[in-house]
Design a protein around this ligand. Structure first.
Ligand code: BGC
Length: 745
């Protein structure tokens, strides 16, 4: 309370009382801080963790090292599960010492509400969608919103932060991740989690590591060299962790080179804790713990969601001398560190009502910046908002809503699933969940004079007839993705290709709007006039889409992953199928099950050649390249020059807006290494978003990230810089780099 806020008269009248109560508070605080010196905020999180650890009993320490069940999962119930606030998990605190419990929720693209909780939270566009903005500030806003809503809903720890790179576009969780490039994904997820944790929730980065497919995820043994892992998936994790400094990292279900990720000494101890100096704790994915002694020795700190291995068995192991007190202390200290570092000790949760309007605004803005315009023949887009013409809106349930991504990321739509039988409000794990965000209605709001007619697309003949007599036909196509399963292939399901082909044949002004969680094949690409990738668009996606379709927003998104021509061009034409014995593995691992007997494995012998690097190295044409996206204006690139500043290499060049509209261009810089690296592909080394008015030119300087210009020396376990010539490329996508120059190192 300050005089300026409440007025001087008011202040002086109560000054004496305030002085007395302040003094009382101060002496109480002093008394508390001498009794509980870890409550002294001027100490570092590590010092505070150490001080409180010294006061804790063995039981209290062990209570920090395991969950207490998952409220919504019948198979995962424990006596304290009900305290989990209907979220994903609950870790008991130490009330007598002022250490709060961890109340944990999933929160990939918004706070997961688990259906039956009946809670509102904002669904942001999918993580992959937001990655199309290539914008660390957008990522920050994304994370901050989730952080605020987590706290409003009574949670102080998130399970977001998925940074597995898109090694296989059929991975059913592609929508939860940020694409195929380690620098892009790491930077965006890092900024998202930094700002989420900044709202005082314990941050998390997951699923560590190499969890790049969902098929057989509980059993699969991923075989990959250390060099390959370091230069691809682990690099993304390292970059994200460096930026976010999350309190927690979640280890994944799969095995890596023989050992489960949650008992993998190389991943947890050598890389994460020793080489990267990660000070927080490692928690297992739900049911991903398989042992007591082996797991704790390898670097697992917290079993989730149960206490099968890190509860009584852990205590027995300590008492039998099989697990040292030092190991217990290390785990407990890390959990405590995360609690202090994230601010949840000093700023306890107070439940509140999420700011719905603010959430919808943020969701709309982020989606508008995430939509990728893939094709725009003869400027079929933008639509004229003042048009009195006829527009056929076909398929994709565009009259009622837009689809969302499923699994533990699922955010519940207000009012329940838009395509569910009335009265059935709650959504379930395997439902296709549609948000009540109707593109038809949003377009109608923004084009009040146009005649919009909806056709569900089921009867091809009448859909074609409608398309024929309309000025423009917009086909809405979708593909549903969810955790626990991969998509069988990259085709649009349910005969949607046929629908698009027939409509396109009937109307030369056919536009396809895609609501997908990953890349899809487009056998009709050259027959349609326009293609717009809207991804899973979130709570206000329909309005953002209408903003882009009508030109109220000039699209600026660029693909964070390649769209290949077909599965035949992927490193593996099919995801290795499960054997008969391995089929029927649940979507969740169940504690205590011995999956180590399975011989199911996948070999990542493409190594670090992930995504665009693979297609370039193998000289395979693609449907749409990584980094690609059109605008309603065009840009030209000129005058590249290189310079160095100490150890930093910079690329400067000029971009000019050649069209009639203001726009934002995402200018990209790639670098290829000396030939001695034996890595015949470019790597993204930096980028910048540049806002340009019509006719305007700007010269920008992009620093090349040194981390992508090194190679990992497996024998020496360190990164090294090769001497030789480096070629730098600048342009609008990984495939269009009109400028290039060389430097020697
Ligand atoms: C998922 C995690 C999730 C956890 C808790 C697991 O199935 O892999 O991403 O955080 O469940 O819901």
């Amino acid at each position: 309370m300050t005089p300026s806020r409440y007025g001087l008269r008011y202040f002086s009248k109560f000054a004496a009382i305030l002085t007395i109560s302040q003094a009382t508070l101060l002496s109480a605080a002093l008394a508390q801080s001498s009794a509980q010196p870890w409550m002294n905020k001027s100490l570092s999180p590590s010092q505070r963790a150490e001080l409180v650890l010294q006061q804790m009993t063995l039981d209290e320490k062990i209570s920090l090292l395991h969950g207490n069940g998952m409220p919504s999962a019948p198979q995962w119930q424990m006596p304290l599960s009900h305290l989990g606030n209907g979220g994903a998990g609950y870790v008991e605190g130490v009330a007598r010492l002022g250490i709060p419990p961890l109340v944990i929720s999933d929160a990939a693209y918004g706070v997961r509400s688990s259906g039956e909780n009946g809670r509102y939270s904002t669904a942001l566009p999918s993580n992959l969608a937001a990655a199309s903005s290539w914008d660390p500030n957008t990522a920050c806003e994304y994370g901050a919103l989730i952080g605020r809503e987590l706290r409003d809903l009574g949670f102080n720890m998130t399970l977001g932060g998925g940074v597995n790179i898109t090694r296989d576009p059929r991975n059913g969780r592609t929508f939860e991740y940020s694409g195929e490039d380690p620098l892009l994904a790491g930077t965006l997820v890092g900024n998202m989690m930094k700002c989420e944790q900044g709202e005082h929730v314990v941050g998390d980065i997951k699923h560590y590591a190499m969890n790049d497919q969902e098929t057989g995820r509980n059993i699969v043994n991923v075989l990959a060299s250390k060099k390959a892992m370091q230069e691809s998936d682990l690099l993304a994790f390292h970059i994200a962790i460096d930026i976010a400094k999350p309190g927690a990292v979640m280890c994944s279900y799969n095995r890596v080179n023989g050992d489960f990720a949650c008992e993998n000494e190389y991943l947890l101890k050598s890389v994460l804790k020793q080489d990267w100096h990660f000070p927080g704790f490692v928690l297992s994915d739900w049911g991903g713990t398989h042992s007591t002694e082996k797991a704790i020795a390898a670097g697992l700190d917290q079993e989730q969601p149960m206490a099968d291995y890190f509860g009584p068995k852990l205590k027995d192991a300590v008492e039998a001398g099989k697990v040292s007190v030092a190991e217990i202390n290390d785990g407990a200290r890390r959990v405590l560190y995360a609690e202090f570092a994230s601010g949840i000790v000093d700023d306890p949760i107070t439940k509140s009502v999420p700011d719905v309007e603010d959430g919808l605004e943020v969701a709309r803005k982020i989606e508008a910046g995430s939509i990728v315009l893939l094709r725009n023949q003869n400027a079929v887009l933008p639509l004229d908002a003042a048009s009195h013409g006829t527009i056929a809106i076909i398929g994709g349930h565009a009259d009622v809503g837009m689809i969302s991504g499923g699994g533990s990321a699922q955010v519940d739509p207000p009012g329940g699933n838009a395509i569910m039988p009335p009265g059935q409000g709650a959504t379930h794990w395997q439902d296709h969940v549609w948000f009540p965000t109707s593109p038809l209605k949003a377009l109608h709001e923004q084009m009040p004079h146009a005649a919009l007619t909806f056709h569900d697309g089921h009867d091809l003949q009448s859909a074609v007839e409608l398309a024929k007599k309309s000025d423009i036909a917009i086909v809405f196509a979708y593909q549903w993705e969810s955790e626990g399963m991969d998509v069988p292939d990259l085709s649009l399901p349910e005969n949607q290709d046929e629908l698009i082909e027939q409509v396109a044949a009937a109307n030369p002004h056919t536009i396809v709007v895609l609501e997908t969680g990953t890349a899809v094949k487009m056998p009709w690409r050259d027959q349609v006039a326009g293609i717009v990738e809207a991804w899973y668009a979130g709570s206000n996606g329909h309005r953002a889409l209408a903003d882009v379709l009508t030109g109220a927003v000039n699209p600026s998104g660029k693909l964070p992953m390649t769209f290949p021509v077909s599965e035949a061009d992927l490193p593996r034409t099919v995801i290795p199928p499960l054997s008969k014995e391995d089929e029927g593995q649940g979507t969740h691992a169940v504690n205590g099950e011995d999956h180590s007997l399975s011989s199911y494995s996948v070999t990542y012998d493409e190594g670090a050649e992930v995504g665009y690097k693979w297609y370039e190295a193998k000289q395979k044409p693609v449907l749409f390249p990584f980094g690609f996206g059109l605008s309603y204006t065009t840009y030209s690139y000129s005058a590249l020059s290189l310079s160095s500043h100490g150890k930093t290499q910079n690329a400067s060049f000029t971009i000019t807006n050649k069209g009639q509209r203001s726009g934002t261009e995402i200018a990209q810089v790639y670098v290829s290494l000396p030939s001695s690296a034996g890595e015949p592909f470019k790597r993204l080394a930096g980028w910048q978003r540049v806002e340009l008015k019509p006719g305007e030119s700007k010269t920008i300087t992009v620093s090349l990230d040194p981390r992508v210009m090194q190679v990992f020396d497996e024998a020496a376990n360190h990164w090294k810089t090769l001497s030789g010539s480096y070629r730098v490329f600048a342009g609008s996508s990984s495939a269009t780099t009109p400028l290039s120059a060389e430097f020697k190192q």
